[in-house]
Structures are given as structure tokens and as C-alpha cells.
Ligand binder design. Structure first.
Ligand code: MRU
Length: 355
């Protein structure tokens, strides 16, 4: 994998297909350095997802879809007309890269649907068309759900967001930040308080970068400062994205979302979860069934290269938590809004949806 400065990336251009390769914004370097990583194999894409070069549930799905294009190209080069059998090991590698964001598995399933429709000839062009369509559909979904979510906000008000559910975490525009972008354009946003989001600092590094890039007033705060801010009475909504929404409306998102929702309930602040329907997993009955990724404790024991905890200190590093549906006021998708979500309403959304 090599990095390149191929004019960018900007927040809205996190994944690009260029001259037969996938270029991903190197999110671990942002905002200090804006560079692309050039990826030429599905194995490199899987490793980029695991290592957090690309992160954010929909963006992981988009990257995996392009990973399948690379897998198909390699499988055809090595196995010719038997490429469908040869591609399986790469599909398995992509699926094993991270466990929680269901968009990864959704994207691989979509690409499998495309594979099923193909013959034994070279699949490259058709797979690329399918990946590009998936990418573009995610961007369009975010535009739509952004507008729907903004309609729920009475402004001007302060907002809190957690982690980064922005353009760079998606195919474009963002989910939670998509709602915030649309609401800001409608004059409804006074300030956005961005939780810094330990330990990867997605809020400090990425959300602040995106919002400042768009001229949206953003104030960074420690994760633990959110409850006392709510007590001040200026915050109308907590708006977050999601990595997986279970069939009963329970929401997995970045660790720290659950305590934020508890604090919001106590203070009468509303909670909005903004996500495309590719994040809804009807096969997972409740939040208890969502696999929660545990990452290397080393990520928590220091900050960047700086060791913080004493050598030998034990640490646990679950990187997502589950917010029960009862703490969520609205799930906003491109197909529509579900207020006070439950299993019946989620089922109806997915059955009646037009997308
Ligand atoms: O570990 P990350 O950075 O991939 O976690 C990302 C989040 O938790 C986001 O809030 C979620 O994926 C939604 S992104 C639109």
C-alpha cells in the first residue's frame, strides 16, 4: 500500500476509484495530513478496514464493495472461468475485517447478488458498475435522510454529536453530520458540540475537521462533559449515526453513545439516530445479539504515541455499545422516520420502503 496526495482528500471524497485502484482517505492521519492510500487487492482493502484507514459503517461497506471488484479482477486473472470459486477466500477476508458494522456484510451480500447474475467471463466491468452504484446510492440516501432529520429539529438550537458520522464515514454527505448539514442550511443550528470520542478521537480529528471545513460552528468537548452541558438547557438534540440497528430498534454505535442517551433522557434532550437502511439488520433480533468489537487495549493505554497508563496496566477496549430502543426518539433513514422505534415500526419501515 502506498500513500499519495492525489489532490485531496476533502471530507466529501473519502473513497475514489481511479485508474484501476481504490484510493481511500488515510483517516488515521487526518486532519494533520490529507493523503490517499492506493489499494490494489482485496487483501489490502480488508487490512485497511481492520486498521481503521477507513472507518464509519457505510464507508466500510463502500470500501468492501470496491474490494470485491479487486477480488474479482484477481480471481479472473488467476482462475479464468473458475473465478467464482476463486473469489471466495477474498470475500471471507473482507467479511472478517471488522465485526460490528452490518453495512460491511450488507455490501458484500449486494456484491454477491451481482456475482450470482454474472457468467464465467471477465467480471471486472460489471463488478465496478455495481460498486459505483452502491457508493452513489449511499450518498443519495444520506442527502435524503439528512433533509428528513433536519425537519425534526426546531431551531436555532445546540446539538451534540458523538464519534464521526460524517461524509468521510459514508459514501458522502454523512448521516448524523448529514442531518446537521441540512439543519444548518435551514438556519436551525446554533452550535455543534462534538465529543472528542476516546480512544480514536474521531470527534476531535474528523468531526471537527468536517464541520470547520463547511463553516458550521463546532465546539469540541471531552466525552464526559456532555451531561453537564445538557443540564444547561441549550441542547435540543443528540444526533448520532449507527453501526447496526437491530430488528427491535436497539442501536449499536461508538462506545459512549449509551451513556449519552441515558443523560439525554434524564435532561429531556431528544436522541436522533441517523442511518441508511443498510444499517438495519432484521436478522439480529435485539441489541444483545449484536457482536461488539473489542480492540487492542494498547489503543486505550496511551494517546497516539504517548504512553499514559503505567506499564502492565490492564485495560478493556470495547469500541461500541448498545443503546436500547427505549432511549431513542427517532431513527431517521432515507425511507422515512421512525419515532419511538420498536420491532413493529422497524418491520413496517423495511417492508414499505421504496429504496
Ligand atoms: O470505529 P469507527 O470509527 O468505525 O466507529 C464509527 C461509528 O461508530 C459511527 O458513529 C458509525 O459507524 C456511523 S458512521 C455514519
Amino acid at each position: 500500500m502506498e500513500t499519495t496526495t492525489l489532490s485531496g482528500p476533502t471530507p466529501d471524497d473519502a473513497a475514489r476509484w481511479h485508474q484501476g485502484a481504490l484510493y481511500l482517505a488515510e483517516q488515521r492521519l487526518l486532519p494533520e495530513r490529507a493523503e490517499y492510500l492506493r489499494l490494489e487487492t482485496a487483501g489490502e482493502v480488508a487490512e485497511a478496514i481492520r486498521a481503521m484507514v477507513v472507518r464509519g459503517a457505510p464507508a466500510i461497506g463502500v470500501a468492501a464493495a470496491y474490494g470485491v471488484v479487486l477480488a474479482g479482477r484477481d480471481a479472473y486473472a488467476t482462475a479464468g472461468s473458475s473465478w467464482k470459486a476463486a473469489i471466495e477466500s477474498d470475500l471471507a477476508r473482507l467479511a472478517a475485517s471488522r465485526p460490528t458494522a452490518v453495512n460491511l456484510f450488507w455490501a458484500i451480500r449486494r456484491m454477491r447478488d451481482c456475482i450470482a447474475d454474472l457468467g464465467t467471463g471477465d467480471p471486472y466491468a460489471d463488478l465496478l458498475t455495481a460498486a459505483r452504484a452502491l457508493h452513489e446510492a449511499d450518498r443519495a440516501a444520506n442527502r435524503r435522510l439528512g433533509d428528513l432529520g433536519a425537519e425534526l429539529i426546531e431551531g436555532p438550537t445546540d446539538l451534540i454529536t458523538h464519534c464521526n458520522a460524517g461524509a468521510i464515514a459514508t459514501g458522502g454527505y454523512g448521516t448524523a453530520l448529514g442531518v446537521i448539514r441540512s439543519a444548518f442550511a435551514a438556519g436551525k443550528v446554533r452550535r455543534v458540540f462534538a465529543d472528542e470520542t476516546r480512544p480514536w478521537m474521531q470527534g476531535a480529528r474528523l468531526t471537527a475537521w468536517e464541520l470547520m471545513h463547511d463553516g458550521i460552528p463546532v465546539v469540541l468537548q471531552a466525552d464526559s462533559a456532555a451531561a453537564s452541558l445538557m443540564a444547561g438547557g441549550t441542547v435540543g438534540w443528540v444526533i448520532v449515526g449507527s453501526d447496526r440497528i437491530a430488528a427491535n430498534g436497539d442501536v449499536a454505535n461508538k462506545i459512549g453513545t449509551y451513556p449519552l442517551a441515558i443523560a439525554a433522557k434524564y435532561h429531556g434532550v431528544k436522541v436522533m439516530v441517523a442511518a441508511p437502511t443498510s444499517t438495519i439488520d432484521l436478522e439480529t433480533a435485539s441489541g444483545q445479539d449484536i457482536p461488539i468489537e473489542e480492540r487492542d487495549p494498547a489503543e486505550l493505554l496511551g494517546c497516539g504515541d504517548q504512553q499514559l497508563a503505567p506499564a502492565g496496566c490492564l485495560a478493556r477496549n470495547p469500541v461500541f455499545d448498545v443503546t436500547p430502543a427505549a432511549l431513542v426518539d427517532a431513527i431517521v433513514t432515507e425511507r422515512g422516520v421512525v419515532m419511538q422505534p420498536n420491532a413493529e415500526k422497524i418491520r413496517a419501515l423495511m417492508a414499505d420502503g421504496v429504496a
